[in-house]
Design a protein around this ligand. Structure first.
Ligand SMILES: [Zn+2]
Length: 449
């Protein structure tokens, strides 16, 4: 049925430069209906009127070929109350994200029921949408703009142990920001990043709850901050988020495939920070987590690497999460070799530090994301606190300093080398029901059941 409606003049290809711009403004012939994507995160590449109440919207990616994460976000107003038909046509991709709606652009609800039919290929979807004079946002996920993330991080910086700084600028000059959460002046580090891929909103939501747990006043978080610093880059790709990109930054580069050559300012900025906390002392950087979204909740970890620090951390961490949520299915893909230019692969291989890609499902219930991300953060803190304390030259000098107060003949000998810190073996259940999946690659369907 769609072939008839989408004449060849309406169907562009992603190479059509007109379609690369994500924002468009549309007004119906009689002026009744207006549809726009001219807002941060908006994406509607073209809109045309088919008849009085039917509109064809083209959704196209910023570059081609591209990962099939077809992001759409537009806002409709209608002078009169009516139900309109929107024919969504995807160029270079297919329907992936179930619609979410909002009346204010801030509070959202799922609206799968808007979809009245879809073609087998998923390239064409029909929505029937009740509209009126009050604006109605329709998007693939909740809009989580850089402004909203900034509001959240600004709230956090009111806490005395949270600071924020700019670590670089994006291609288009937007700030790439990093939070530091610590109450130690000689901390070990965990490094967290999110939103390399703009539509992966559930990953960003997971990151927010994870970080909230690290900044909370819980007993474990207070102990954690006395020894560790969490460094957090909530939005690695602010340009892509702003323009409603499906995948890439403003140069059309998939940032999570840029971790070999570091051709982009965003990945360069994060690498510099990671190298800094790695350089500042042996085994200071204890964990790297990169938050993403895919079809189901899953942890991606690099192929087993005996030299990685801290040894055995991921297995213990995932077991702890599974023990904590017995009815939640912790899925792990430990055979994730497909792409060698990801953040996780680089941190694992080059820094020798445990690196995890933490994926939340596109449609995972948001309360579940909050519960599991908070629990995962608490289990991470508990396990890292079980690591033996670092005996770095810096820390040693603190001990020496206090001794030296009483003696001018301070012992100048260097300490014998200490063995690499290892997590103590865990008394708790080592074989919980973690689901191992294989052959899943980032951004592709995780066929796991
Ligand atoms: Zn991703």
């Amino acid at each position: 049925m769609y072939a008839a409606l989408f004449g060849s003049t309406l169907i562009g290809t992603a190479a059509d430069t007109d379609l690369r711009r994500g924002d468009a403004d549309f007004r119906s012939r009689n002026g009744d209906v207006s549809i726009t994507s001219a807002f941060p995160g908006g994406r509607m590449n073209r809109c045309t009127q088919i008849n009085d109440d039917t509109f064809a919207i083209t959704i196209a990616p910023e570059s081609d070929p591209i990962n099939d994460s077809a992001w759409y976000a537009f806002r409709i107003e209608s002078q009169r109350k009516q139900t309109i038909r929107v024919l969504l046509h995807y160029v270079g991709g297919s329907h992936r994200y179930e619609p979410k709606i909002s009346r204010d652009g801030e509070t959202w609800q799922s609206a799968t029921e808007l979809i009245s039919s879809a073609s087998n290929s998923g390239q064409d979807v029909e929505m029937r949408i009740p509209v009126d004079a009050e604006p109605l946002w329709i998007a693939g996920q909740e809009l989580l703009s850089t402004d909203e993330i900034s509001q959240w991080s600004n709230q956090l910086t009111r806490l005395p142990y949270v600071a924020k700084k700019r670590i670089g600028r994006s291609v288009q000059g937007r700030d790439v920001e990093q939070l530091t959460i610590t109450q130690s002046d000689d901390p070990d580090y965990v490094y967290l990043i999110a939103r390399q891929h703009p539509p992966e909103v559930t990953g960003a939501i997971g990151m927010v709850h994870f970080v909230d747990a690290l900044a909370s006043d819980s007993e474990i978080a207070q102990r954690f901050r006395k020894r560790f610093a969490a460094l957090v880059v909530p939005t690695v790709n602010p340009d892509g988020v702003h323009h409603g990109h499906w995948r890439c930054n403003a140069n059309g580069v998939d940032l999570n495939r840029d971790w070999s050559h570091f051709t982009q300012p965003e990945t360069q900025a994060v690498r510099e920070q990671l190298l800094h906390c790695r350089r500042s002392g042996e085994d200071r950087l204890c964990l790297f987590v990169d938050f993403h979204s895919t079809y189901d909740d899953v942890f991606y970890i690099p192929a087993p690497n005996d030299r990685v620090f801290p040894a055995g951390f991921t297995r213990q961490w995932f077991a702890a999460i599974q023990n904590r949520f017995p009815r939640y299915d912790v899925a792990v893909d430990d055979n994730h070799n497909a792409h060698r230019s990801t953040s996780k692969a680089w941190v694992d291989r080059t820094l020798g530090v445990t690196a995890v890609t933490y994926e939340f499902g596109d449609e995972t219930d948001r309360d579940t994301i909050q519960r599991v991300a908070t629990g995962a953060a608490e289990e991470m803190m508990r396990l890292l606190l079980e690591l033996p304390e670092r005996k770095s030259p810096e820390r040693k000098s603190h001990e020496q300093r206090s001794r030296e107060k009483g003696s001018l003949l301070a012992n100048q000998q260097t300490a014998p080398p200490t063995p690499r810190r290892q997590l103590p073996s865990q008394p708790r259940n080592q074989n919980p029901e973690i689901r191992l999946v294989s052959g899943v690659s980032d951004g592709e369907p995780a066929v796991v059941r």
